[in-house]
Design a protein around this ligand. Structure first.
Ligand SMILES: NC(=O)c1cc2c(=O)c3cc(F)ccc3oc2nc1N
Length: 346
């Protein structure tokens, strides 16, 4: 017989169904941008789950959509040691410097580097964060900090709809088990950044100089309700886990990004699998000339990565920088330069 406080199995099943439906609707609305559930219906299901959880608190699980905004403001942000340090990218400011990067990698790890090719990604200009998932459930979110120690900002990160509270199995890709850390960038879309600054001017509050500062500032709020009021988004770009655990289900950076997307993590658009560095050069110049101006978020360049994880491990890192990845920087964004200039005049 079930214990007096345990909710009837039917209610537990109903709560699980509601969580699943609400998370899927949220993913379709915020990540895929193709909602299938009307807002009024979403709200009705959300309220039904809230009621169920209020009547049977044991049904209130950490991955419930009702648990995104709610923690009380904290005094100061606790510290978090990253499983693996979050290193900084070296910079290549020209095609020649990018070619020199490739030559160094080939000298170290041989022609395989060139043969295996590269994954080229947009370099989102936001705030780097690390999300720890245990058996697919989000347990900790932290800022990059100094790369080794970051600040715990879990309640703030849970308010970002792009960040799944539970990783899903889709497209034949199983949900992950055990511990893993997903790294990515929290950013504020230009359109929402301007809107927010407008509102701040009306309210007589100081404006933010650029979307990166606005995102970083929103992340470090002590009160998650303030973070929840800021239009933050997220793109994931890497996954790490303790070496002793079973290897992850991918062998290249390209497959890593495909897996992140299958788990429900948003991945930045316009990325490319390049067979040669010449392809990278051509792609980067296309992005800088034609794509960047159409994006609704700030980028400060591209990130070029040796594709096979085996070669990434062989190349390792030197100082605080990986040898297997490099930032191909673009000229600073004109809008940001102008805004900074105006700010200085004031
Ligand atoms: N801002 C970004 O969009 C972005 C940033 C990084 C990194 O900072 C980064 C740092 C490392 F040590 C290794 C790989 C990386 O890959 C990355 N990939 C990205 N797409």
């Amino acid at each position: 017989a079930s214990s007096p406080t345990a909710p009837p199995a039917a209610l537990a099943a109903r709560a699980a169904t509601l969580r699943e439906q609400l998370e899927r609707a949220s993913h379709e609305y915020y990540v895929l941008d193709r909602p299938s559930l009307a807002d009024a219906e979403y709200d009705r299901l959300f309220r039904e789950l809230q009621t169920l959880e209020a009547e049977h608190p044991s049904l209130r699980t950490p991955d419930s959509p009702t648990q995104r905004v709610g923690a009380e403001p904290q005094s100061a942000l606790p510290k978090h040691q990253h499983l693996v340090p979050m290193l900084s990218l070296g910079n290549a400011f020209s095609d020649e410097e990018l070619t020199a990067w490739e030559e160094r990698a080939v000298r170290l790890a041989g022609e395989d580097v060139r043969r295996a090719g590269y994954t080229a990604e947009l370099k989102i200009d936001g705030a780097a964060v690390s999300l720890t998932y245990e058996d697919g459930v989000l347990v900790t979110g932290a800022t990059r900090g100094n790369g080794t120690i970051g600040e715990v900002v879990t309640p703030n990160l849970r308010t970002i709809r792009d960040i799944p509270l539970r990783l899903h199995a889709t497209n034949g890709v199983p949900a992950p088990t055990g511990v893993l850390e997903i790294r990515g960038e929290v950013y504020m879309p230009f359109s929402r950044f301007e809107q927010m600054n407008e509102a701040r001017v009306q309210a007589g509050e100081p404006v933010f100089a650029n979307p990166r500062n606005a995102a970083a500032g929103a992340l470090r709020q002590l009160d998650p309700r303030i973070t929840a009021s800021r239009p933050l988004r997220f793109f994931g770009y890497s996954v790490v886990r303790p070496a002793h655990l079973a290897p992850l289900p991918f062998r290249t950076q390209w497959e890593l990004l495909e897996t992140l997307a299958a788990w429900g993590i948003p991945v930045a658009p316009s990325r490319k699998r390049c067979d040669t560095l010449d392809e990278v050069h051509a792609w980067a110049s296309e992005i800088e000339r034609n794509v960047r101006a159409q994006l609704d978020f700030a980028i400060d360049g591209a990130v070029v990565k040796v594709d096979p994880l085996r070669l990434q491990a062989e190349l390792g890192d030197v100082g605080r920088e990986p040898r297997w990845a490099v930032a191909r920087k673009f000229a600073p964004d004109i809008a940001e330069t102008t805004l900074t200039a105006i700010e200085v005049n004031i």
